[in-house]
Design a protein around this ligand. Structure first.
Ligand code: ATP
Ligand code: MG
Ligand code: FE
Length: 349
């Protein structure tokens, strides 16, 4: 089937088109620049930006694929989790398109989209696989069997901040621009990761092996900066960035590989915005190679929020015979990740 995917959970308006697992179009408009001076995403501005970008982005995606609306077989849309106003705009647009084209609508969980993004680059997910989701709002280790048929098992989640949130907050402490993740990645290139001994939260024996905690790193970074200033010195931003990045990458990859070992899984998939981090990628590669685990990381443009990943889930849902969503389906800003779709699948026969 040809599936149009719509994403609008945060500050990216994304439209993507997937046909039988193949990526045909991938267009994203971001309102990131409009939020930069506030140091974070402003929900009202994000919602208005989606309203502004929805039509042009969908139009561009159709042009890219060389298709007309009438050639779409289904529309998939993020129904949660995310910012309420932002989700509403995408859902209203997706409903209108589905209704106008007379095709079914599928509600998709945003994080299942992040997982499915990898299939557009590397093909179907091996079963089972361990997925490390590291984004601005989430940090979770998942055991994924059949993404659209079986419940997704949470091995562990963050107890406080997400990894991306940690990058963003520490960047602010170091005086780096928003969004912090890419800024820290760049600054770290000239830094010495060993210059600061940042903690490795929840890695002691007896700690939950798959749970994460990143709020302590933010505090440690703030204290480190403060100690320098009390001595009348300015800390090296490059060193701070490199050491922070090393601490986060170390904890993420250590726990992800422990999860693969514990569940005898041969494939690790790393997705979400923080999967774009160069040190996270390098360390994951190194440790997976040493453990004989295959590592799959989608290309950067598919790691951050986009509509193609939502189309990828929609395509899987259509092909597995999932029930479409009713046209009165609603958003769920805090949807827990258990099923990829918010609509039930037929019972296995
Ligand atoms: P969620 O998917 O949980 O709802 P989100 O959609 O905001 O959150 P993404 O768009 O997947 O998250 O990722 C954005 C996050 O990724 C931001 O926190 C950003 O700082 C971080 N990020 C992006 N590039 C990098 C990088 N190179 N290094 C570290 N972090 C990065
Ligand atoms: Mg984003
Ligand atoms: Fe996301």
């Amino acid at each position: 089937p040809v599936v149009l995917g719509i994403e609008s959970s945060c500050d990216e308006t994304g439209a993507g088109i997937v046909r039988d697992g193949k990526l045909l179009a991938h267009v994203v408009a971001s309102s990131m620049d409009e939020h930069a001076r506030f140091g974070g995403v402003v929900p009202e501005i994000a919602a208005r930006a989606h309203l502004h970008s929805f039509n042009p982005v969908v139009r561009q995606a159709l042009d890219q694929a060389g298709l007309r609306v009438g050639q779409i077989d289904a529309v998939a849309v993020t129904t949660g989790p995310g910012l309420s106003g932002a989700l509403q705009v995408g859902l209203a647009g997706a409903k209108s398109l589905a209704y106008a084209a007379g095709v079914p609508l599928y509600g998709v969980h945003h994080l299942a989209g992040h997982v499915a993004a990898d299939t557009l680059e590397h093909g179907p997910l091996p079963e089972p696989c361990v997925v490390l989701i590291v984004s601005g709002g989430h940090t979770s280790l998942l055991l994924v069997r059949d993404l659209v048929r079986e419940p997704i098992l949470h091995l562990g989640d963050t107890l406080d901040d997400a990894a991306g949130e940690c990058f963003d907050k520490v960047a602010r402490i170091l005086g780096l621009p928003y969004p912090g993740g890419p800024a820290i990645d760049r600054a770290a290139r000239d830094g010495d990761a060993k210059a600061v001994a940042f903690p490795r939260p929840l890695t002691r024996p007896g700690n939950d092996p798959f749970a994460f905690s990143f709020s302590g790193l933010k505090t440690a970074a703030a204290r480190w900066v403060e100690q320098h200033r009390l001595r009348g010195e300015e800390p090296s931003v490059a060193d701070g960035a490199a050491a922070l990045q090393e601490a986060v990458a170390d904890v993420l990859t250590r726990k992800a590989l422990a999860a693969c070992r514990a569940h005898d899984v041969r494939t690790l998939i790393v997705v979400g915005g923080v999967a774009a981090n160069s040190r996270v990628r390098a360390l994951a590669e190194e440790r997976c190679a040493a453990a004989g685990v295959e590592l799959r990381v989608p290309p950067m443009t598919l790691c951050t929020d986009n509509g193609a990943m939502i189309a990828a889930v929609g395509d899987l849902l259509v092909r597995s015979g999932a029930e479409p969503a009713p046209l009165n389906v609603s958003i769920d800003p805090s949807a827990p990740l258990e099923y990829a779709s918010l609509t039930p699948l037929p019972a296995p026969t």
